[in-house]
Design a protein around this ligand. Structure first.
Ligand SMILES: [Zn+2]
Length: 453
């Protein structure tokens, strides 16, 4: 069976023009490189990337010119010199449009990577097939750190409306099953728990909030085979893995939970068995500001191997904690740079009177299909009602949006709950200057974090 899955994977990757297995081999070898060899490899790719962006990507050339820097002067020194280049943000890249793409190619030949998480705004990054191979390899290699092997059954449990056949086929070619979670409630969680045991899944790829919801349901219900669930590894991605989520998931599923961090087409960092986050060599990760004691710092990413839409000093809007200076090498043996914890991408959970849970992903999965949106925020102003604030731009069609959104939202929230849509110019930030997607207190309080007795 394993050989069959392996053969299927080989067939799948060549049909898609990818070289995932080869890149996984590269990554396995690179885990043992010393710091000097890793730095030389990264510097070589950084120089190539900066030269390419200067020559072929009009946005970066204009940006660096106006900042008075020439990348050729920088990249001859060390990786740290990259800090002399200006930081770019999602908004800057969206505004730049096609000017931030490799002008030598038609953009249709790149792979689109749509932000699926909790950013509140649709963002399409574009990557080459070579980069896609690196990205998939980084994720699969991190799964191997859990004991998963190519050919073991895994399941992907995305949240939201049903997706196209393409993703199911892609998952099947990689030996994975694909089951969409339409809403987070007891009934659906029970069905999913039964499915994953029946499929003999070795690993589940899921959002942290859904791992938490599954764990709570397993603890609350006597329906499920506790020993079978205990053999399943949880690999989370797409949102912050909060400690209460992790604690609950590790009581039900095979500990530890392995979190994978990445976004906008860039692999960020993956947790090893020792609990540390390792940054793969294809990504250069800087921590900017903060980072004293337990003060998180902003993550700035450079994807060293993507030429389609170079992401050079990209402020992704997340925060992380570094390891203390005396942490020493990782017991897992991997030599890649490390982080202690990803602290950003905070999201809340809203509970409706019908007992359904809503997370920011409920909204992003719907809103990303609409044009003319700059962001959103949900404010629960009564036990049975919430306002959905939409920051709109030209091109937004309010009537069409309401016709589309309200039935879906009613379905997610269950009976006895109402949404009111309001259009605003901008979504207000918190006093700390942060964006919150869901504001729930003091009504729909977050579910109790302690497991039921
Ligand atoms: Zn490690």
């Amino acid at each position: 069976m394993r050989m069959l899955q392996y053969g299927l994977f080989r067939f799948g990757e060549s049909a898609l023009g990818l070289k995932v297995l080869r890149r996984m081999e590269d990554l396995r070898a690179m885990e043992r490189w010393d710091a000097g060899r890793l730095a030389r490899w990264q510097l070589r790719h950084l120089r190539r990337l900066l030269d390419h962006a200067w020559e072929n990507v009009p946005y970066y050339r204009a940006l660096w010119k106006s900042a008075g820097v020439h990348p050729g002067d920088l990249a001859r020194k060390s990786l740290d010199e990259i800090a002399a280049l200006p930081v770019v943000t999602k908004r800057m890249l969206v505004d730049a449009g096609d000017a931030c793409l490799d002008r030598r190619h038609d953009k249709r030949c790149f792979v689109e990577d749509r932000s699926s998480g909790t950013t509140g705004r649709v963002f399409i990054s574009r990557i080459t097939r070579a980069q896609r191979s690196w990205n998939i390899a980084a994720m699969l290699r991190s799964w191997e750190w859990t004991g998963w092997r190519m050919g073991d059954c895994w399941m992907r449990l995305p949240f939201g409306a049903s997706r196209g056949m393409k993703r199911r086929i892609q998952a099947a070619l990689g030996g994975g099953a694909y089951s969409v979670i339409p809403r987070i409630c007891s009934q659906v969680m029970d069905e999913v728990l039964v499915d994953i045991v029946r499929a003999e899944a070795r690993l589940i790829r899921v959002l942290p909030a859904i791992a938490f919801a599954l764990a709570r349901q397993a603890m609350a219900s006597s329906l499920h085979d506790a020993a079978a669930l205990r053999r399943i590894t949880i690999a989370t991605t797409g949102d912050t893995m909060h400690e209460p989520y992790r604690t609950a998931a590790e009581r039900v599923f095979a500990p530890p939970v392995y979190d994978y961090y990445g976004g906008d087409g860039i692999p960020g960092a993956a947790q090893c068995a020792a609990g540390r986050y390792h940054v793969p060599p294809t990504t250069h990760l800087e921590l900017v500001g903060g980072a004293r004691g337990d003060v998180p710092a902003r993550i700035v990413l450079t994807s060293l191997t993507n030429t389609a839409m170079p992401m050079i000093r990209y402020d992704i809007g997340d925060t992380a904690l570094p390891l203390p200076p005396d942490a020493g090498p990782c017991p897992c043996g991997c030599t890649w740079p490390m982080l202690a914890r990803i602290t950003g991408r905070v999201s809340d959970i809203m509970v409706t009177p019908a007992g359904c849970w809503l997370t920011p992903v409920h909204f992003t999965s719907l809103l990303r299909t609409l044009d003319g949106l700059n962001g959103f925020q949900v404010v629960q102003h009564a036990p049975d009602a919430a306002r959905l604030l939409l920051a709109t731009a030209p091109g937004f069609d309010r009537r069409a949006a309401e016709t589309f959104l309200l039935p879906h939202l009613a379905d997610y929230a269950g009976p006895g709950f109402r949404f009111f849509i309001e259009c605003v110019d901008e979504i207000p930030l918190t006093d700390a200057g942060k964006h919150r997607y869901l504001i729930t207190s003091p009504f729909g309080a977050a579910p109790p974090l302690a497991p039921p007795a």
